[in-house]
Design a protein around this ligand. Sequence first.
Ligand code: ZN
Length: 489
Amino acid sequence: MKPLATSLSALLGVLIALLFIRTITFRSRQLHAPPVETLRFDQNTALERLSEAIQLKTVSFESATESNTAPFQKLHAFLTKSFPLIHRQLTKEIVNNHSLLYTWEGKDNQLKPILLMAHLDVVPVVPGTENSWTHAPFSGKVAEGYVWGRGAIDNKASVLSILEAVEKLLADGFQPQRTVYLAFGHDEEIGGQQGAAKIAAVLSKREAQIEFILDEGSAIIDGVIPGVAAPISMIGIGEKGYLTLKLTVSTPGGHSSLPPNESAIGILSRAIDKIERSPFPRNINPAVKEFFNFVGPELSWEKKLVLANLWLTEPWLKRELAKSPLTDSMIRTTQATTIFHAGATENVLPTQAQAIINFRLISGDTIEAVIARVGKVIDDARVKIAALPFSIDPSPISSTDAVGFKLVRRTISQVAPHTIVAPFLTIAATDTRHYAKLTKQTYRFMPITIRSDDAKRIHGVDERISTEDYERCIRFYVQLIKNSQATAN
Ligand SMILES: [Zn+2]
């Protein structure tokens, strides 16, 4: 027994030593760049302009009519009037009637251009909720330290603050070394096929090679991740895929007095039940690992110990992350049954039952694999499975060692030094997917603060942006454009 006990305790000693060494050498990835000079600009005018832009109801539309396209024309005219230097010195192209592409030519054509993205359209206000808003949804009211209204965050704050930044730089006589593209699609909320996809086609045709892209899709998250007290500037380095499946069961139907053993409703219900009982496996994918590599070193000693030793602690961590839908969605493909249709009359068997299931795919999964898995889980040939037209595989993951990431990180450390910077997997879909062929470096970030009760405001009631956050957006884009002029990071 003695040699065994000795070797066991030796092994334990090695294990403890390893845990400690890994924890001690879990080095911080944060930058502490020297603070930059405070940017002087007319805050009130900038807020006023954001407010006016919100008042133009640029709700995305499927088919163009005079009434739904008019707000887009008005917004174009408003931008032209508000940013005279941009419209004098940059090249503006109207793409597919409603989207905008600006080119700010750099002096050094050896440097690959950067592309700043945002979108002009907004989601509609759900009818019946107008009165629940503190200020009318398209009022653009500036009150209580916020600018209120649909699009305040998603995504007119980006459009306007990017333009404010460029106008300010032009006013200061700044001329970029590196070409800067500004791309504003007009149908991001309904897939971007008519806007971002067409802008990307224009750039592809020119064989434009982009150093990096920055779009919406992530923010400064405050108090949302359990166990992390400091706000985190999350830079989206990838985004989940999207797939919707329609399940259909067809039966002969007939009168309810002479029913078969199984109805269309019963067969379909069992299929859905099987799917819900077989959730996708959890997996700490590379993007999530990167998130912990950046956040971990900034946490308390015990948490650092856990995150520095994922080789041992991963099963426990997965269980912890599974406790909240937000953190759970970071580590697995999710599935949500959203529609169920069957039957119309109490004494008639329906001939058809249909259900819709929406999937958000984690990197590593594919549309094909999800469809195959669903078929296998249901294991019933009577249930027909069809994918709805809009589906997309998860995006590639952009590197945290690339120039683009480093520039965004440096800029954040200058304009939001109170935050921890960390890469992240964006849960929602953005327009960036249309540009995938133009660069490997695609990042998603806006320096606005999202606290736990703010997430529901986006696409919901009382969307708003704090004036402080909006001013930070302008400073952020000014600084990012300045920082990106050199190749160094
Ligand atoms: Zn958006």
